[in-house]
Design a binder for this molecule. Structure first.
Ligand SMILES: [Zn+2]
Length: 409
């Protein structure tokens, strides 16, 4: 799975951060968690096709988490979508969408399946596919809010090819049966047991989406042993009171949830607009749970780190902006004691005014002398050999940043 934060701001966007939304890419399908304004443009910018969106999960009905949904649905309509779309969220979501499109006199022509949860629900599986399911639990916010866990089902174990060959398995159908946990009887009557050939089932990966909430038990329940937990960290500990008043978490709260639930990695996001330096929040979270990353917009996070291919380098230098002394000691500039003022003196050699002329005697001769020793000849393209540096095939488009390598989507 690949997790792509599309907007990591909280209630108000900043010049560099967009409103909450996050995409999960899995095996060609896209699952959207919250849909703030700009979500559809951010999908485009991330190289994720909007037509691939299969389900949209809404945490709660605050504008910053949902106002992008109407635009996205409208685009899907214009793209003549005919595939079913699942929309999951709190009760009232369908009414909200219906009234917007009702007033605008737009009838959505593609099938939309709604799943609405009431505020007194406890735990529910809200979507189930062949290879995954999504469960939901209520969170603790100023209004009814839902947390989600996207869980891949366990995959069958790997077939040990050597052991299978030793046991005399050659038929593909036999391989398949063994993989599915069935024992196989060969022609000579020998029974090959699946458990002897096939390894233990491999646990599926999981992604947990927890925003907006105070520190709560349900967040821990959802996140238990998850591969990736995305948890909001709207404030830092110094603003703990404000966090409690507004039903939000501090970075430390997020880290405690991650630590208690024993997740593999915590990703924090939903930063208040007041933090221009979100590394302060990262530092706070890492004080409790080391394996914490910041959510960067459009920067993909792979649930299997082996697939990252060095796209992500989490080695960030954390500098506390308030600690001026620590910042000064980080400076690498060392003045050179031998040089005046510590700087290397740059010397420019000035060319004599007549440097471009040849010294040949009188002025008339100087005018006639050609500037180039050989006369300029136009290159004949038909005779030129292909240069090894210039391949005949067009070069692939160079990614603008190391994070733009989105061919896999
Ligand atoms: Zn929010």
């Amino acid at each position: 799975m690949i997790i792509i934060p599309l907007g990591v701001s909280s209630a108000t966007p900043t010049a560099v951060r967009h409103l909450p939304s996050l995409a999960v890419w899995r095996d060609g399908s896209v699952f959207l968690f919250d849909c703030g304004e700009n979500a559809q443009m951010r999908l485009l910018q991330a190289g994720v096709k909007r037509s691939k969106v299969e389900a949209i999960f809404i945490s709660h009905l605050d504008g910053d988490h949902i106002f992008g949904l109407f635009g996205l649905l409208s685009t899907l309509q214009l793209q003549r979508r005919d595939k079913e779309l699942h929309i999951i969220g709190p009760k009232g979501l369908k009414k909200m969408i219906d009234s917007v499109f009702g007033v605008a006199e737009i009838e959505l022509e593609f099938p939309v399946t709604y799943k609405e949860l009431k505020s007194d629900f406890d735990h529910e599986v809200v979507l189930e596919g062949e290879e995954f399911y999504v469960e939901a639990r209520p969170l603790k916010h100023t209004k009814f809010c839902i947390g989600y866990r996207f869980q891949e089902k366990d995959k069958p174990g790997k077939v040990d090819a050597e052991k299978a060959a030793e046991a005399g398995i050659t038929d593909d159908a036999h391989f398949k049966a063994l993989k599915n946990g069935e024992d196989v009887t060969l022609e000579d009557g020998t029974v090959v047991h699946s458990a002897d050939i096939v390894g233990d089932p491999r646990p599926g990966e999981s992604f947990v989406y927890v925003t907006d909430t105070e520190f709560c038990e349900n967040a821990i329940r959802l996140a238990e042993n998850a591969t990736i937990l995305f948890h909001e960290a709207t404030f830092g500990e110094p603003l703990k009171e404000k966090a409690e008043d507004t039903g939000h978490s501090s970075a430390q709260d997020a880290a405690i949830v991650a630590k208690t639930a024993k997740v593999e990695r915590l990703v924090i996001g939903h930063f208040s607009a007041r933090y221009s330096n979100q590394f302060l929040l990262l530092k706070e979270a890492r004080g409790v749970f080391e394996k914490t990353w910041l959510a960067y917009e459009l920067r993909p996070i792979f649930t299997n780190p082996d697939q990252e291919k060095e796209i992500i380098s989490p080695r960030v230098e954390i500098i506390d902006l308030k600690d001026k002394r620590a910042q000064k000691s980080k400076r690498t500039f060392k003045p050179d004691p031998k040089r005046k003022g510590g700087f290397k003196k740059r010397r420019f050699k000035r060319k004599p005014a007549n440097a471009r002329y040849y010294k040949t005697g009188d002025d008339s001769e100087r005018q006639q002398k050609p500037r180039f020793s050989k006369p300029y000849k136009r290159r004949d393209d038909s005779q030129s050999r292909p240069s090894p540096h210039r391949p005949s095939k067009p070069l692939p488009i160079t990614p603008r940043t190391p994070f733009d390598d989105f061919d896999r989507f």
